[in-house]
Every structure is written in structure tokens, then in C-alpha cells.
Design a protein around this ligand. Sequence first.
Ligand SMILES: [Zn+2]
Length: 423
Amino acid sequence: MSLDDHAEALASDLGVDKEEVKSDLKNLVEYSVPMDEAKQSLRRKYGSGGGGGSEPSTVDVADVTPESSNVTVTATVLTVGKRSIRYQGDDQVIFEGELADETGKISYTAWNDFGLEAGEVITAGNAGVREWEGEPELNLGESTNVAREDETLDVPYDVGGDADLSELRPGDRGVALDVVVAELEEKTIDGRDGETEIKSGVVADETARLPFTDWQARDELVEGATVHAENVYVREFRGVPSVNFSEFTTVSPLDREVDVSDTATRMDVREAVETGGMFDVEVVGSVVAVRDGSGLIQRCPECGRVIQKGQCRSHGAVDGQDDLRVKAIVDDGTGTVTAILDDELTAEVYGGGLEKAREQARDAMDQEVVADTIRESIVGREYRVRGNLSVDDYGANLETTEFAATNDDPADRATALLSEVDA
Ligand SMILES: [Zn+2]
């Protein structure tokens, strides 16, 4: 849109003279004020005086910004997710998903039941706009008027929420999946309504494996079951996307095979880190260093944090409990990641458990000797490292589930080399 077009649209929205708006707009833009901000500022300037200033403007989805106040959009409903939240002490059912027009798509939350259905075209009059993680999101509530339209929009997105596991991102709602329950565990948790039975585990499809939680502990979800699930939502859990089955999720048996792979997704370290967090990923690289805080360590009995000189950061002086851990920096040439090995994997690379570690530390009168022994054993060697990756401001950590020297599994190495040659 040209400045002239912006001015004309804004002037007609605000019910004021176009030339006046244009000159103000030109001024602001010349002072490097972004167009959206400039328009917002003029809305405030003319808003109270000009006729119709409080009317929401009709906008394209792509033009909705976190700074927009109330807007009217005509869009296709892509997905409708239903969820119950506790709001100011009461349970409230809300609807969430995405709307799209030809220009883009946007998330919405409907606080009232407008009977939205995927595929229909609606005009949401006077929808609120709020910011959610830097992106605008529409709020459809008491003051929003939802009208059905007869037209169809040519939107460049799939309607209905069918997705592969590899595409899922935290915040996705109203998603439909075809998955196999690969691992399952039943748990009792202390939920918001007291003790609750839940199921959790891993679901898999052709593209990926992800952790899941079924807050209803449904009978249909058993290990090995192949199911079609509608209306699931995705949250972040320990840095990776996690699939959530709510009370509104429907699960039905699926009569086709889902060909799941038991191997982790093999990636370059850089690629993996760029995803921002991944469940069950595998990298191959050399251990370049073993970080401090490896080997024989002590944890706080209260919180499990690693303690220094008997002091926990939260609980002060405590009687630490011995544990074994390795934090190994793995480099594959594209980037580095810290592989974190638990006590069992540490015992394998150390060649012994807690008893041996305590004995070696006693003999040397220094527990650092355990970390040194591990350093001698693994630094400079190449490993295949499988685990769950989380990424934060301090770096990338791989909570390791498998740690194998590559020359221990030559067949695997050969396959990896061949696939590199093919690529
Ligand atoms: Zn503590």
C-alpha cells in the first residue's frame, strides 16, 4: 500500500479529511516512524474528535500488529481447539486456533462459544488484539460480533489442523494427529482438583517422536495403539514440544498403519540447535572437553541441585548425596552441545559405579580424579549421542539417553557416511 492508500483508508475509518491525514502521516513517516505506529498515533490524535473514531477498522490479517487496538477481520477459520482453563478461580471453556485470509494467518482465543467451525468464513467485528510472545493475537469476547459469510477465501493454508509431529510447535492448538503410542506410563499427580490419574509417554509418527500427556488417562491409549486424535494442543515441556490430550480431545482407532521409526532424528549440531529444542535427536561429534561439575558430585537432598562445598544455593548447608554425572562438550564442526550423562551412562564411560568413584577419590584425597579419569577416556574420541535437546541463553544441552563411541558401531557409521555421500 502506498502512503496515499494508507491515508485514504485511515481517513475514511476516522471520518476526517484525507489531505489532513496524509500530511500528518507523511510527517511521521519522514521522521522514521514505522507506518503502523504512525497510523496508531493518528488514530489517537483524531480518535476522540473525528466521527466514527472509536469504530474498529477493517483490516487484512497481515496488517494486525500487537499495537492495533480493536479490529474487524474477515477470515477463514483454520482450526478450532477447545480447552478448559481456570480463570479467576472458575473453570472456563475457551476456544483457540488460527484464522487466515489471503494475506496471512493469526492466532485467536474466543472467550465465548461462537460455534466456530474449521473451514467457515467469518467476519469478527470488534475483535481485541493482544500481544503473545511478540506476535499479535485476536481476542473474541463479549464485545465481539461474529457473522458468517457466504464467500470463500483463497487462503494458502490447510484447514482442519492435520499435522505431522515434526511440524508441531509450542502454542499450536486444535491439532489433529495420526500417531502410534510408542511408550506409556500411568501416573498419579497432585492436580488442581486433587489427586488425578494421568497417562504420559511418547507418541510417534512417520516424521518424529514426541512426549505426550493425556490428562484424562483414557482407556484407548495403550502401548502400541494406533489412533487418530483431534483437538490436541502443544506446550513446551523441558525445552521440547509436548502433545497434550485434554478433556475435549477425541481419540479414535485408526485403521491404517503408521510406519514409525525407532531411531532418533540424525542432525547436525547447528541444525538441531536452530530448532530451539528437540525430543529424541541424535548427533555425531567429538568430545572436546569435560566440563567442571562432572564425575563424582554431590546433590542437595531437598532439591537435587548440584552443591558446592556442602552449600545448596536454595537450602544452605546440607548433607550432600553422592552422584555421578558427565557434562561433555561435543563438537561436530557445525556447532557444540553439552551432552549430560546420568549416573548409569557415566558409570559406563568411567568403568565403574559410585563405590569405585568414592574409593578412587578417597585414595587420591581429591574427588576431581574421577572427572580426570573420564576425561582421559572420552576426550578426543567421536561419539554418537542421542537424547532430548533443550536450548536456552546459556547454550544447548542434550539430556543423553545413548552415548556410544562411533567405532563401536561401524554399521551405523557406514550408513551415516553413505547417506552423506548420497546427499
Ligand atoms: Zn537444595
